[in-house]
Design a protein around this ligand. Sequence first.
Ligand code: TXA
Ligand code: MG
Length: 344
Amino acid sequence: MFNTEILKYSHFAINKAAEYILNGEIIGLPTETVYGLAGRIDNIDSINKIFHIKGRPQDNPLIVHVSDIDMANKLIKKPMNGILEKLANKFWPGPLTIIMDKSNLINDVISCNLSTVAIRIPDSRSMINIIKKINIPLAAPSANISGKPSCTSAFHVFDDMNTKIPLILDDGNCEFGIESTIINLSEDNRICILRPGGITLEDLYSVTKNVYLSDFVLNKRLISKCISPGVKYKHYSPSGDVYLINGSNYSFTEFLMKNIDTSYKNCAIIFKNDFLNIENIDIFYNGDLNDYKFQSKNIFSILREIDKKSYDKIYIRAPKKIGIGLAVYNRIIRAADFKVVDLD
Ligand code: TXA
Ligand code: MG
């Protein structure tokens, strides 16, 4: 049990965080995507603590964060080259995670006995300064309790991790608000998006046309065959039943009018200019229908607020699957455990 402290980003806070991590503790810290729970990769006790604190299934591997490509190259079998190196040079530091064959510096606890490791250079002064200070890569999953919406502020981390970790570094709200894009190189040498995120399909497409979305980004079926263990689990979810509704403002309203059960506590997430004239439903707005960046930045804090208010039924009007909107859609479809209603 810890008396969890929140410290604003500063030189002092970085030194303190680095000291905790060197001593094998886990701390909460911001990245440009979401807050993470960081521990040193070379200490099995630290890694086990991360799984334990988060309540994470033992077969769901962690992302390893490094400060530069040289550090990444030590963690993989062969130094980066070809298209992956090109993508890394273009998008690192940033929200792109690359799966590659691991070297023996990556222990089996981090990678859950897979032969690969997930690596990224975050665009986060907190993370980068700590890694540079201790010269050890950091394993860090998102800082939420397993299955819950991710944390995009230090206060979210406090809500989930109070007493479980000694320190949370606070550097404000995360820029992207959604986790990194995860890619790997498929057998036919194409770039496969396993999880969409801050680096969009369109961004990747600007570098190579050989890129595609894995089937399980938007579909539940095939999950037994999936390559990224995380996609097996229900994720990002408030308690209560979440429904993802594909349809216009008009059909969404009509659907709710017909289907809402007022014996439940109901809420809806809609867009700024939507109009929902129904009683017995609380409304949350997630920006303009075309403002995907706003939606990604805010979706998890809305889901967390909904979780706190204990709604039974949560109806979400689907965002467009364009740019980072695709990643928002992916998080919602998983929060809904694939309960999708197609209108229109
Ligand atoms: O933006 C992010 O990526 C954040 C910040 C903290 O960096 N981290 C994050 O970690 O989202 P986490 O643990 O919540 O999600 C990591 C995902 C999981 O779905 C996991 O299955 C997948 O990465 N993963 C990790 N190692 C893998 C591997 N070797 N092969 C395939 N998938 C892997
Ligand atoms: Mg996560």
